[in-house]
Design a protein around this ligand. Structure first.
Ligand code: ADP
Ligand code: MG
Length: 477
């Protein structure tokens, strides 16, 4: 029997607001444990939550980017459970009325557009972070109360590759709307996956398992692959799938059962009594939409249509926001679109990979790149020399003119100067001129070599070659 995979994803994303969702303590990452916490995050007696307006604004930005209906009445619910990572004994979330509903994200898979429907987007507060060791566990409450949004898809995803593409695109939405760093490796974006299988052609949903807390896109893909095979194996051996929660073990690359459905806790949700429903101003919601930055897809189209970039280049550029921002700055001053793009995606990316940096961590300045490209075009420097200059601009932040002077890099393109120099070489090498008729290529390349030696590589090779050819022909005939 052939099976079809059915997958739905739940993604948590930490918002990079300055302060927490209900308190004034700061949102941070990697700070000294338990120093970024106040009475509200720890739920001391008598404290009350005050909703951070920025959190709502960020959630609305993402709702707009995902084409969602936005509920104009904000309601929060209390999800009750007791655990060491939750000092309050409850989490404030949105259960009954998520802020966003019925959206979608279009992905491209094998050159085909596919729409992934999104069921809901809601806001909630993060819990503390636990680290488990052999005989003890440590808790860092700095994460308590950091705002989160959770985005839940319909079960529209059909395999691990689609899941990976969806996640990468969603990550770009978070980055472009500037609401989060969305770094899976740092836990600011986390994913739960729901997997079931069904016979091909069937419309019914099979029983699903849920795999919690994946922290990399490649783990998501591997977990889906493993889980599908596990379920197929059970069914082909006459068994049935039980609804349960599992986790992915990175070492064995397998999913492992954590608890079954019967063990699910009843969270006893009820309306959060300390936050009254808040009516959102329609104009405010629309203003947020108006100020939304141009998203990756739109940029990609603009690069193809207005700048003539290839589909591939436009796509890569648009999906690296810092590259794309930088490119936009450079082309304000230099309209050689393709050349700018190739320097960034070619030499630029190679440099970043080599030193494991992001573009922002280098000293490259947009106007310097624009200037360097104009120097190449004017024949002042060769593209080989430009590579040296480019690396220097990235590491030292100097402008190309300064680097050219300091390193003595220049290209000699002046015809008179070149003619003069070539004549000197020809005068010294009569024997080669005598042999020219028989061994044209050899003689030419030897003399060009002499020319480069004489000018320390600064002769414009194209022009020098033309002049050399002409002078040789003159002398022979
Ligand atoms: P819960 O509240 O238990 O997490 P939801 O109904 O909210 O359950 O569903 C969570 C996710 O599971 C959604 O992304 C949904 O699309 C997906 N899902 C639901 N049923 C199935 C199924 N049978 N197979 C695969 N995914 C499913
Ligand atoms: Mg769930």
């Amino acid at each position: 029997m052939k099976f079809e995979q059915v997958i739905g994803l739940e993604v948590h994303c930490e918002l990079k607001t300055e302060s927490k969702m209900f308190s004034s303590s700061p949102v941070t990452f990697g700070k000294e444990p338990n120093t970024m916490v106040n009475e509200v995050d720890m739920s001391m007696p008598g404290v009350l939550p005050v909703l951070n307006k920025r959190v709502v604004e960020y959630a609305i930005r993402v709702c707009h980017a995902l084409h969602m209906e936005i509920d104009d009445v904000l309601c929060f619910d209390r999800k009750n459970y007791y655990y060491a990572d939750l000092p309050k004994g409850f989490q404030i979330t949105q259960n009954k009325r998520p802020i966003g509903r019925n959206g979608y994200l279009d992905i491209v898979i094998d050159n085909q557009m596919k729409r992934i429907r999104i069921e809901r987007l809601h806001m909630e507060e993060d819990t503390a972070k636990q680290s488990h060791y052999d005989s003890y566990s440590l808790i860092d409450y700095n994460r308590s109360g950091i705002p989160l949004i959770e985005i839940v898809t319909k079960p529209d995803i059909r395999n691990g590759k689609e899941a990976a593409i969806y996640l990468e695109k969603l990550r770009q939405v978070f980055i472009y709307t500037d609401v989060s760093d969305a770094k899976m490796e740092e836990g600011s974006m986390r994913c739960d996956i729901n997997v079931s299988i069904r016979p091909y052609g069937s419309q019914e949903l099979g029983i699903r398992t849920e795999i919690k807390n994946l922290n990399s896109i490649s783990h998501v893909q591997k977990a889906i692959e493993f889980e599908t095979l596990r379920q197929e194996n059970i069914i082909l051996h006459g068994g049935t799938i039980t609804q349960e929660t599992r986790r992915f073990d990175e070492n064995t690359q397998q999913t492992i059962k954590m608890r079954s459905k019967e063990d699910t806790i009843d969270y006893k949700y009820y309306t959060e009594p300390n936050i009254l429903p808040i009516c959102l101003d329609y104009q405010w919601i629309m203003d947020i939409k108006k100020h939304l930055p141009m998203l990756a897809d739109e940029r990609e189209q603009r690069y193809i249509q207005n700048h003539g970039l290839s589909q591939m280049d436009a796509h890569i550029l648009a999906y690296h926001k810092d590259m794309s921002d930088f490119y936009d700055d450079v082309v304000q001053q230099c309209t050689e679109y393709k050349t700018v793009c190739h320097w960034l995606l070619g030499e630029g990316q190679a440099y970043l990979n080599k030193y494991n940096l992001s573009l922002r961590q280098t000293k490259l300045v947009a106007s310097h790149l624009a200037e360097m490209i104009s120097f190449i075009q004017e024949g002042i420097i060769s593209s080989k020399q430009a590579k040296i200059i480019f690396e220097c601009m990235m590491s030292e932040g100097k402008d190309p003119q300064t680097i050219i002077e300091e390193k003595g890099i220049k290209q000699i393109s002046d015809i008179e100067t070149l003619t003069c120099l070539i004549n000197e070489i020809l005068d010294d090498n009569q024997i080669f001129i005598d042999n020219y008729e028989h061994r044209k290529d050899k003689v030419l390349s030897f003399l060009m070599g002499q020319m480069m030696k004489k000018t320390k590589g600064q002769a414009n090779p194209k022009i020098a070659h033309q002049i050399l050819l002409k002078l040789l022909e003159d002398r022979v005939h």
